[in-house]
Design a protein around this ligand. Structure first.
Ligand SMILES: [Zn+2]
Ligand SMILES: [Zn+2]
Length: 285
């Protein structure tokens, strides 16, 4: 099973490289080498996602689907099933954009979610491979948001496999180092131009939260695309590890430190002691 997963991961990597490497060469957004800094880190994220984290994530998604089968209102599912297939798929696409948009905004507001989502924002050089820099917890969260409408409305994932695959490739495209005007399609589809501003360190992830379509950003005032300008600094100002294992462990270590601090504060309150300010967390290595 691991051998077939490795083979399909290699096949997909070759496919993506064959599509995006020439595009990045022919229509570059900024000059950078193919093997740019932290390229190997992002390759490790790709391998980890394909060979390690995908299986537990699919199991969790399967468990969620079974649970939703039991609790989702049957009448609603029957009404949706009676709609023409094209309408059903359009419904799933729109609802998926809604859940991903608000879920993504939340991951920039919630301290808990940000610890995991921040890993994605540590990339300082965006290209197609940087799309895979994602903590497994953040990956599971996004995967759940992406598939929740389909599961809730009773779609089998196989029925919308084509759309899921397209959405995956588009997520890679918006990270790519490509300047390719979409023309009139830019109203409907997100682009590297928009998503690179989401990774702008100075704006701190305050714009362009949508993935597939920018309509939600337009609707809720978070659309940002100044003509003729590019972000000067991609990344996050926070001092965090940049190696693969360090990035996997750091959010958990921070949560552990928070837990210890909370337990100490509770113990002090239980003893009736005057609360003392906690020392600041140790700087990142
Ligand atoms: Zn991104
Ligand atoms: Zn983000």
């Amino acid at each position: 099973m691991l051998a077939s997963a490795a083979l399909s991961a290699l096949f997909m990597l070759a496919f993506l490289a064959l599509v995006f490497a020439p595009l990045e060469r022919l229509f570059p957004r900024r000059r950078q080498r193919v093997i740019r800094p932290e390229w190997w880190t992002d390759l490790a994220f790709y391998a980890g996602q394909q060979l390690l984290w995908r299986f537990p994530a699919l199991l969790a998604l399967g468990a969620l689907a079974v649970w939703l089968d039991g609790v989702a209102p049957g009448g609603l599912r029957a009404d949706v099933a009676a709609l023409p297939l094209a309408v059903q798929i359009a419904l799933v696409v729109v609802l998926c954009d809604v859940t991903v948009y608000w879920g993504h905004r939340l991951s920039h507001r919630s301290a808990f979610l940000w610890r995991f989502h921040r890993v994605h924002h540590t990339s300082e050089h965006l290209d197609w491979l940087a799309a895979y820099r994602e903590h497994p917890v953040d990956g599971l969260y996004t995967m759940t948001l992406e598939n929740l409408p389909a599961l809730l409305l009773g779609f089998r994932l196989e029925a919308i496999a084509g759309f899921v695959a397209f959405r995956g490739v588009w997520a890679v495209f918006i990270h790519s180092n490509v300047r390719l005007p979409l023309g009139p399609l830019k109203v409907l589809f997100g682009s590297p131009e928009l998503h690179h501003w989401h990774h702008d360190a100075e704006r701190g992830g305050t714009c362009n939260f949508a993935n597939l379509s920018p309509l939600m950003d337009k609707l809720f005032g978070t659309y940002y695309a100044p003509p003729g300008r590019d972000p000067a600094w991609i990344g996050t100002p926070e001092k965090v590890p940049h190696d693969y294992l360090g990035q996997l462990a750091y959010p958990l270590a921070e949560l552990g430190r928070d837990g210890v601090r909370a337990a100490r504060a509770m113990a002090r309150r239980a003893r009736g002691a005057t609360p003392q300010p906690e020392p600041p967390p140790a700087p990142a290595e």
